[in-house]
Design a protein around this ligand. Structure first.
Ligand SMILES: NC(=O)c1ccc[n+]([C@@H]2O[C@H](COP(=O)([O-])OP(=O)(O)OC[C@H]3O[C@@H](n4cnc5c(N)ncnc54)[C@H](O)[C@@H]3O)[C@@H](O)[C@H]2O)c1
Length: 356
């Protein structure tokens, strides 16, 4: 069982990273310090951790810094005597990678390389580099079958290709230099604090406000939805217990078509929020739009290795997970507003508005 003193969490102001930091402080016996290393791109929001900063101030440090800056990475690792790294920081949105792939190469590939180099320079002082990756590196499935730890890589989008590249670098640093690493590849996450351009928060907020609910194609693409809290327990378990060099797939055992997810969200918003002025059910807002370029048909994860090795299992079901998430977005308009103004809004206006 590994224990850690000074954890560097990259991308800790993003969706999964902020949930992870809160989880570690509030739900584990971790007694050390967390340094949140984040460049605060459109996807990063320091407000997501305002409560953590207030409660755990003495053990929580926020560093506004970029993983593309190799010297800054090295300096952070030395200054805070980092003994473990959990690497979330990434450009993470497939649609953005289609419009502007450059940042994906710089952050996801070069940024990961900078971290690995600096980690290696810490020598025996570094006990673990945990890399957070995606099931999208495996490509697309037909109607049957599952991705597992032995599935060959076949990424399609610039996003998944950049993540695949970073996974390979992490394994190479383990195999070549003996760097202690673990990797998790997970399915689509959902839950609180997700930037409202991703499917679930986008649909909740558009449904609430009576705006169109854009669904790609027929909405028949299938994703396996994993609650972010379940993802956090999986990462922490792997970090503490998995053998160095090993990979684990993390899934929700919760496969759904996009149209099924959107329909469920409409029903939840109808039940939990005031009705639309027209009185129409929110489902009537669904608008089918041209499909995403190269849209992968189906992702599904076999997480039996994680379940078998450590007894890990999901705490959330589709029913309680989706309802908890919809309630959270309805109850946190201040957080939603803080994300929708600022860089996030400006990027959307620059890059999507012109597409019509
Ligand atoms: N969200 C999902 O469903 C999902 C699924 C599988 C894997 N993942 C992986 O999990 C990780 C976290 O995903 P997320 O959804 O929380 O992403 P996110 O986009 O919400 O957050 C990314 C964070 O990284 C920071 N960041 C971006 N570029 C940076 C840079 N150059 N230097 C420092 N910080 C930088 C951003 O400011 C932001 O806080 C990513 O590596 C992603 O590939 C996510």
């Amino acid at each position: 069982m590994r224990t850690f003193r000074n954890l560097l969490v990259t991308g800790g102001a993003g969706f999964i990273g902020s949930n992870f930091i809160r989880h570690v402080f509030e739900k584990t016996d971790f007694a050390g310090r967390i340094v949140n290393y984040d460049a605060l791109t459109y996807a990063g929001n320091a407000e997501s951790l305002a409560d953590v900063a207030a409660t755990f101030g003495g053990r929580y440090v926020f560093l506004h810094a970029d993983i593309r800056d190799a010297a800054a990475v090295r300096e952070a690792l030395d200054r805070y005597e980092i003994d473990a790294i959990v690497h979330f920081a990434a450009e993470s949105h497939v649609d953005r990678s289609i419009v502007a792939p450059d940042d994906f190469v710089q952050t996801n590939i070069v940024g990961t390389f900078n971290l690995l180099q600096a980690a290696r320079e810490r020598g025996a002082a570094l006990s673990l580099f945990h890399h957070v990756s995606t099931d999208e590196v495996f490509g697309s499935l037909g109607p049957t079958g599952f991705f597992s730890e032995t599935t060959p890589y076949a990424p399609h989008s610039p996003y998944s290709a950049s993540k695949a590249s970073s996974d390979h670098l992490v394994r190479a640093f383990h195999d070549t230099y003996g760097l202690p690493v673990t990797i998790t590849n997970c399915s689509n996450n959902y839950g609180p604090f997700q930037v409202p351009e991703k499917l679930i928060p986008l649909m909740v907020l558009n449904a609430l406000e009576g705006r169109p609910l854009p669904v790609y194609g027929e909405g028949l693409n299938v994703r396996d939805w994993l609650h972010v809290e379940d993802h956090c327990t999986a990462i922490w378990t792997v970090m503490a217990r998995a053998e160095s060099g090993s990979t684990y797939c993390v899934g929700g055992r919760n496969e759904r078509t996009n149209i099924d997810v959107v329909t469920r969200i409409c029903a939840l918003v109808d039940r939990l929020a005031p009705p639309l002025p027209s009185g129409a059910p929110r489902e009537s807002l669904i608008t089918h739009v041209a499909d995403r370029l190269g849209h992968d048909r189906r992702y599904a994860i076999d997480c039996s290795k994680l379940e078998g090795d450590f007894g890990w299992t999901q705490a959330y079901t589709a029913e309680n997970g989706f309802e908890q998430t919809v309630r959270w977005y309805l109850e946190n308009p201040k957080w939603v507003d803080s994300v929708r103004t600022g860089d996030y809004r400006r990027w959307i206006e620059r890059n999507y508005a012109k597409r019509g």
